[in-house]
Structures are given as C-alpha cells and as structure tokens.
Design a protein around this ligand. Structure first.
Ligand code: SF4
Ligand code: SF4
Ligand code: SF4
Length: 189
C-alpha cells in the first residue's frame, strides 16, 4: 500500500474540549459559521455517559473521494505523495456538488466567499515538517497523525458505532472506541 495519511481518533482519551476545532479555525482564520473540524458527542445508545464520549471529525481524505468525482471544475485532487485530498478554492464555482455528495459532511459552504471549503490536512504544515494544527493542539493526544501503509494497532477500528459506514469511499481514519468507565461504589458505612 502506498502512503496514505489519516487521523487516529482516540475516543477513550478525548475530553470534548473543542481545542482541535478552535485550532483549525485559528490556523485558517475561518469566517464566522465555517467549521472544518467538529467535535460530536455520542448518543447515549452508543455510550451511556453523553458528556464523556466524543468523536473529533473533519475530512477523512478518503481513498475514493466522492467530492472529487462530482466536482465539475476539478477543484479537488488527491496527492500522490501522501493521499491528502486537497480542495483548490480558487477553482471552485460554489455549485455545492461536493457538499451534497460527501456522506461525512466534510465540505462546508463559506457564506462570505460563496464557495466550498474543507479540511486540507494542513498540507502546508506537513510539507514543512509540522503536525496539523488540530493534532498539535490536543491536550490529551486524542488526535494523532497516522500513515495507513504502516499503521498497526490491533484495537483500532474504521467504523465505530455512530460513524457512518461507506466502504466505497474507504475513509482514512481509525478510531479507538470509548470504553465504559469503571464504576467504583463506596461501601455503605
Ligand atoms: S470525507 Fe468527504 S470531502 Fe473528505 S475526501 Fe471523503 S468524500 Fe471528500
Ligand atoms: S488537519 Fe488542519 S485543516 Fe484539517 S481539521 Fe486539522 S487543523 Fe483543520
Ligand atoms: S482537542 Fe483533543 S480532547 Fe479536545 S476535543 Fe479535540 S480531540 Fe478531543
């Protein structure tokens, strides 16, 4: 397998602080209402304590990106070197095809520019030897940069409960699912 960068999301560590989402906004000076990375709390059917389990999600830089396939002006391309899916906003005509086609909701409408945009995997930072802003900002290492060509973590899953399963896209993301907390009860005196 050739190099394919992806996100490792450790739901067992994540504390839902939104620092990653804010770091992304700060890195790209995003307009009001535009969010490329979002932190979702899990439904109680998936995890019993809603305030304690989260998935921090952005674009999954899929192996077969539908956003790229439906774009009429070829504003998307997938990098040969690392599999990052890049959106070239200067080419975008704001037709919304990518926004409608992505089942993960990654491309967002920028109401100021009237164009689509999405997580770039901070490719400029990667090319400079730096980590993506969201990964660097996480205070508990719940987000990590992985290369799926070499990634080996036996407990990692691609489609945990609550994350939509679209095998045709093959999203470049892996999760460690949240474990149920150990409940320690006090003995009655
Ligand atoms: S998650 Fe959506 S926007 Fe990102 S590469 Fe996959 S299809 Fe494209
Ligand atoms: S990799 Fe960069 S662009 Fe993507 S969500 Fe993280 S900070 Fe935002
Ligand atoms: S910064 Fe880390 S702990 Fe905070 S929400 Fe994001 S992934 Fe979770």
């Amino acid at each position: 397998m050739r190099k394919q960068l992806g996100f490792y999301i450790d739901a067992n560590r994540c504390i839902g602080c939104f620092t990653c989402a804010m770091a992304c906004k700060n890195q790209y000076h995003q307009d009001i209402g535009v969010i490329w990375r979002q932190v979702y709390d899990l439904k109680t059917e998936i995890y019993p304590h809603r305030e304690r389990a989260f998935y921090s999600l952005a674009c999954n830089h899929c192996e077969n990106p539908t956003c790229s396939n439906v774009c009429p002006v070829k504003a998307y391309y997938k990098r040969e070197t690392d599999g990052v899916v890049v959106h070239e906003q200067e080419k975008c005509i704001g037709c919304g095809n990518c926004i409608r086609s992505c089942p993960y909701g990654a491309p967002r409408h920028n109401p100021v520019l009237r164009k689509a945009e999405k997580c770039s995997f901070c490719w400029e930072r990667i090319d400079s030897g730096l980590e993506p802003a969201c990964i660097l900002s996480c205070p508990v290492d719940a987000l990590q940069l992985i290369d799926l060509a070499t990634f080996e973590e036996p407990n990692a899953v691609q489609y945990p409960p609550g994350f939509p399963k679209f095998t045709s896209l093959n999203p470049s993301v892996r999760f460690r699912v949240a474990q149920s907390p150990t409940v320690i009860r006090r003995k009655r005196l």
